[in-house]
Design a protein around this ligand. Sequence first.
Ligand code: CA
Length: 224
Amino acid sequence: MRVLIVEDEAEFANALRVALERERFVVDQADSILMAEEAAKSGSYDLVLLDRTLPDGDGLSLLPILRETHPGLPVIVLSARGEVTDRIAGLDNGADDYLIKPFDVDEMFARIRAVRRRPADLASEEIHVGALVFDVTNDEASVGCQRVELARRELRVLAVLAKRRGRTVLRESLEQAVFGFDDEVQSNTLDSHISRLRRKLTDANAQVEIHAIKGVGYLLKDLS
Ligand code: CA
């Protein structure tokens, strides 16, 4: 799960990031509407957490833009502005939920689960490659009935490769999916995640190969 936090209060945003990363989310942060627009253009997100009082305006102004460019993308507004009229404005502008600051982080996770459980997500989607089953809804990999234990970033790599199985995925797309845009990406980091992932998939007898295309990217092959 990759989430974009749009929040200008650094301390709050960092606390949120820590909580989300603990739950295996990949987190990007934007501290203005403009930066969030740029991030949404370049990144593919599963969720947006949106503050309202931002240096360049009301965060709600992002909602129509997001609705147009990413129709199914869940957005939860996190705001200290908690009057009924504020909440109605948020929901009417296309937010999926509205959480009033300060809130309990457990409640936030419950709301996140709820917005992800909407009808479109109800049918759990599974991708089969070789003996590997990738559960898109829950971000889980398994072989037979045995879950393959993967680190968060290995899972992200596998998710992207599995969704485009048999096709080449550009190195940059993988890096973008795996690292937050302000993370430092060293050129060999992706390769080290891939080599660990390869080893784990081989150990699990997944009958897939992560094939490297030099200078271009990777593709997930079915070896069964
Ligand atoms: Ca703010």
